[in-house]
Design a protein around this ligand. Structure first.
Ligand code: ATP
Ligand code: MG
Length: 580
């Protein structure tokens, strides 16, 4: 009920359109209700004057009524669809906005295909169920009420016989709607799962090929598809009993008209065939809207199930948001950064970092090294608030990052991620994402600084070559240099660099290293270093083990210390013996 009420809020934003669609539905219904009475009137006229005048008049009147009804219908469809599309876009826009604000932890826990299915399918279900539901519901109720009224006015006794099954049908409908709600919820869940599997299989296509997983993935698909089929069928079978069942109960009203009407014709001289005909017509019409009320129950059940899924996203807390009075990004060309007593755990996991104290000196490069899973990326993520610390604070130039305006913070902290991600679009589009309105010269300078200019200009359309999903495939080294160029263009005072672990050839390594040197110059840099050349040149190397600092200092100092760094270094040298 709460969900229905909430969605109504979206519809009520368009009070004018909504009233108009209802008004048209009502007009259409009224035109329909008038028809049997007109027919009765014609038939009566015919039996009085034997056709002629009244026949033609009647025929014209009925045609006009039908025409009017369909004209109303035509308008109603247009208004209804306009409203429908507006509500749809509103809801989707709000969802998308929320999705863009939700913290990264939300995406850790939710599968992308599943989220997409909520935005596309569930929104559609909600809107259709509710909007069409209200409209059809109101015209159905009006139809039932109107017909009952006319029947009672015409022939109260006979009317009671026709109406008698009505309460039973209504009660059955109510029961059905409650019983199917769970079924529909399950159907929606399966559908979301299927969607998410599909997205995964498409995205992970290469992996599937390389592990020859086609068969097992298809089996997985079939299993979920089968489950969806079963659940949908269960919901539909319920309906297959209920729909025809209530229809049968309703038809008993028609049977009553035939029996009682037949009896009345012989016993009541005022009750003629024209009246019996009109009555019969109404009896048939009475149970038609009940069928649509039934359908409506169906739609409402699906809509509430979908609504729940939609509102789960809309209600998901944006726990990483601006402070009440956010501060501007603290000035300076390259501010220092302090991690003070920082502890952090991913939701429902053990602490990854405990009581960490770390300083990134202004304008210097600090390298984080350590075993895989030591918490290096995690430490980096806390600086631009991809996650918030559980305890302690991260400070930029003495200001807690939580107090800094979130947009300003993200604008001033450049992040080159471990796995370079490029959007579907041209090189230019990808660069402009870093700084909207950057000039051609700026872009070329950034590409140059990142050692990416040569290969970009060699692409078929230069800067305008589509890359990413649907475009030219770039090599890992090229992607990395492009992501570096993106950050160079953004020109932030603080840079986080999570070096990719995948090894590249010596030539590319040199190019990337030169690009990184340009990027690091004059900024405060935190680099998670895998490249020996990067580590060696760092001003300070911090060696991490299970979330705690075990050693730190310059390269030579650490080597002399013969601790973990010494072991890591020798291990890497063994892997790449040809390097200096
Ligand atoms: N999003 C997440 N949700 C839950 N646990 C996570 C998440 N990301 C990382 N972890 C866990 O936190 C620990 C630290 O991970 P982190 O990514 O910081 O390691 P890392 O030092 O960057 O490793 P690598 O060198 O392989 O990149 C690991 O045990 C990892 O399983
Ligand atoms: Mg990492």
């Amino acid at each position: 009920m709460k969900i229905i009420w909430r969605v109504s809020g979206y519809i009520f934003r368009y009070k004018g359109l909504f009233s108009l669609t209802l008004l048209l539905a009502v007009a259409m219904t009224l035109a329909g209700i008038a028809v049997p009475r007109v027919i009765e009137w014609i038939l009566q006229g015919m039996s009085a004057d034997g056709g002629g005048q009244s026949l033609w008049k009647g025929a014209a009147l009925i045609s006009a009524l039908f025409l009017l009804r369909e004209a109303f219908n035509c308008l109603r469809i247009r208004v209804n669809n306009t409203l429908e599309q507006r509500v749809l876009i509103d809801l989707r826009a709000e969802l998308h906005q929320r999705l863009m604000q939700l913290p990264i932890s939300f995406y850790d826990r939710n599968k992308s295909g599943e989220v997409a299915s909520r935005v596309i399918e569930d929104v559609q279900n909600v809107e259709r169920g509710l909007l069409d539901g209200t409209e059809q519901g109101i015209s159905a109720l009006l139809m039932v009420g109107g017909i009952c009224g006319v029947l009672l006015y015409m022939e109260p006794q006979l009317a009671l016989w026709v109406i008698a099954p009505l309460p039973i049908v209504l009660a059955l409908n109510w029961w059905h709607s409650i019983a199917t709600r769970r079924n529909w919820k399950k159907v929606r869940e399966s559908s979301g799962e299927l969607n998410s599997l599909l997205v995964e299989d498409i995205q992970g296509n290469r992996l599937i090929h390389s592990f020859a997983l086609q068969k097992s993935e298809h089996a997985r698909f079939l299993r979920i598809a089968e489950e969806l089929r079963e659940r949908t069928l269960r919901a539909m079978f319920r309906w297959s009993l209920h729909g025809p069942g209530t229809s049968f109960v309703g038809s008993l009203g028609t049977v009553a008209v035939v029996c009682m009407g037949g009896y009345m014709i012989s016993s009541d001289p005022n009750f003629g065939y024209p009246r019996l005909f009109a009555f019969f017509f109404y009896a048939m019409m009475l149970y038609e809207p009940l069928r649509s009320l039934n359908m409506l129950n169906h739609m409402l059940a699906a809509a509430t199930a979908s609504g729940k899924r939609v509102f789960e996203i809309l209600d998901h807390p944006v726990n990483i948001s601006n402070a009440a009075a956010p501060l501007p990004f603290p000035g300076g060309k390259a501010p220092d950064v302090h991690y003070r007593n920082v502890s952090f755990a991913y939701p429902e996991r053990d602490e990854v970092i405990s009581g960490l104290n770390l300083t990134l000196p202004a304008g210097k490069t600090t390298a984080l090294v350590g075993h895989t899973g030591a918490g290096k990326s995690t430490i980096a993520n806390l600086l631009p608030r991809y996650y918030d610390v559980d305890d302690g604070a991260v400070e930029i130039a003495g200001v807690n990052v939580r107090d800094i305006d979130l947009t300003a913070l993200r604008e001033n902290v450049g992040y080159v991620a471990q796995d370079p991600f490029l959007f579907d679009g041209s090189v230019r589009d990808n660069l402009l994402m870093a700084r909207a309105g950057a000039s051609e010269a700026d872009m070329l300078a950034a590409l140059d600084g990142a050692n990416a200019k040569d290969f970009v200009l060699r692409l078929p359309n230069g800067l305008d070559t589509p890359i990413g999903e649907k475009g030219v495939r770039l090599s890992m080294g090229e992607k990395q240099r492009l992501t570096i160029a993106r950050v160079l263009l953004k020109n932030p005072p603080i840079v986080i660099l999570d070096e990719a672990t995948s090894s590249v050839d010596t030539q590319t390594e040199r190019l990337i290293q030169a690009a990184l040197d340009t990027l690091m110059r004059g900024r405060t840099v935190l680099v998670i270093a895998h490249r020996l050349s990067t580590v060696r040149r760092a001003d300070n190397i911090v060696v991490l083990e299970r979330g705690s600092i075990v050693e730190q200092g310059r390269h030579e100092e650490l080597l002399a210390h013969k601790g973990l760094y010494h072991r890591l270094w020798n291990f890497q040298l063994d892997l790449v013996p040809e390097r200096d």
